[in-house]
Ligand binder design. Sequence first.
Ligand code: MSP
Length: 648
Amino acid sequence: MTKRFYVTTPIYYINDVPHLGSAYTTIAADVMTRYRQLRGYDTLFVTGTDEHGLKIQRAAEARGLSPQALADEVSATFRETWPQLSCEADDFIRTSSARHQRGAQEIWKRIAAAGDIYLGHYEGLYCVGCEAYFTEKELKQPGNLCPIHNVAVEAVKEESYFFRLSKYGDRLLAFYDAHPHFVQPEGRRNEVLSFVKGGLQDLSVSRTTFRWGVPVPGNDQHVMWVWIDALSNYWTALQEPADHGKYWPASVHIVGKDILRFHAVYWPAFLMSAGFTDDQLPGQVLAHGFLTYGGQKMSKSLRNTVSPMALAQAVSPQVGVDTVRYCLMRSISFGYDGDFSIEDVLNRYATDLGNTLGNLLNRVHPFAPPALEAADYGPLEQELRSAMEKAAKSAAEAFDACSPTRALEAIWAGLSAANVYVDKAAPWTARKQDPGRVGTIVTTLAEVLEAASVMVAPVMPAVAAGMREQLGLEPLTAELDRDQWPLTIGCRPPGTGLKPGEPLFPRLDKARAAALLNEFSPPAKATEEPAAADPPPNKPTVAFDDFAKLDLRVGVVVAAEKVKKKDRLLALQVDVGDAEPRHLVAGIAGSYQPEAIVGRRVVVLCNLEPRKFGKGLVSEGMLLAVTTADGVTLLAVDGEPPVGSAVS
Ligand code: MSP
């Protein structure tokens, strides 16, 4: 029977846009999916957006939008970003969609029918960021600060439905016992066990303090608590279309360590109550650590996010996405926190990718005969082939255990063995002394590179395709029940040609590398103030009436692109609250990537005389910015005041 693999990411809150931290989870899920596809599995990969809750209702109010309009806008950025990072989810579930709400209400009804929901009152300390209650013990003192968001929680009292979580402690412990790999890695499993052993309290699972949620069946004064709503997505996504149903239960839920408890304790308890048997519960909850940047968690609230697309484009339009995928999976050990650094990306691009993989491919070509021969393997060839088979076996074990970091280490050990083989086999000497042997060397290399092209494909699909083209091979296509993993290195049919091509990882010159270092170095921590520049000379005083003539407004950048042959300029479209966005031209290209500033709030002088920049380019206003020796810094707008607001 065809084996199935259903993997999920958390559904992302829409108070943020995708950044390298959220991309990390999504890329990991995509890697696991591509790996299973190559092994012949029938896979389903689901991601989506978590759109309800007080946080979103407030954010929408602040922007003068309906929550649905805000949800539509931000959800679309998530849906559009993932394919740009080669993450090919099969489905995208939104909690504001009708199909999700039907499913979430169905789960609620099943839990209620089991007698596990009752009405009561809740009085507690609520963190809107987490959409969860905390006890004082769990908060940072003094000041009752949320341990994740570092902001003061709110005291809330409301009527609430409760879920009888306390009833499920023993059954959960028995389940963890019978399924020792349910929570991974091991350290995280221990955290979960001790939480459950500490005794479970019933959970408040509805809210009356906001309207933006799924109505509780039978009492629309209440909306469901966002976590019961959100967790249901893993099931609701499979209800419609009907053929998705065959994938239940999930093989792996990939989650960050901050939301482990919701997935490893509450979610199985909800499912148990809703009538699912133990073998219908998820196979595994895999918790990863945080991506940090300059030592701090990468997050919107710390204003230290990196756009994965901007980074990928800056490294290389051809293989930048694969490079970002590789570095995230290789450098951040799955399960642990890890720091993202541009130095690491540049280093891995030059060494792991450029030297070890790219050069190996290039080493084939100068010696390649027009058509390869059947190889006459000697001891060196046998040694390399078995090193590569060992790499394939270890990589498979690591991917099976959802450890892409270890899998890549194993694959790179195989590639290093291949480089050592070329040094030892010395085709340049063989060409003169024993020309017949060159064919064997090149064929052997082509065979192990073919295996490598399959092994790198889950993490670097575009690189795998490029390798295969140069090796004269068909692109990889997954087929159900066909295991293509190279546990045995194949022999190339004689006569197969190679197609030398451009280097896969062109060297980045010094200036490019320096520009990348400059652009992607972590922002200074809030405490580190930059040295003050010399103040400009004082200008004559202006009357207030003169100042009031300036039409200064808050705008949001909706489109940005470089201007051909004008390195300094970006052509922008900025929504300043008029019917149409304004076209502005700004000399900020040296300091801002176009992708990185879309969505940013800026201050615009709207009634400045239009200025022509040639070739039909006209600026209908000016962005306010500070220019220093280090470049240009745009004036930032605190919070999210409505677009078009007057600045005075
Ligand atoms: N909406 C909930 C999840 C509901 S799932 C039923 C949520 N959303 S989130 O947008 O805040 O976070 C989504 C995921 O992104 C979490 O797993 C979180 O750990 C992860 N990350 C957010 N920032 C991250 C890093 N800096 N590093 C790694 N993962 C990060 O929680």
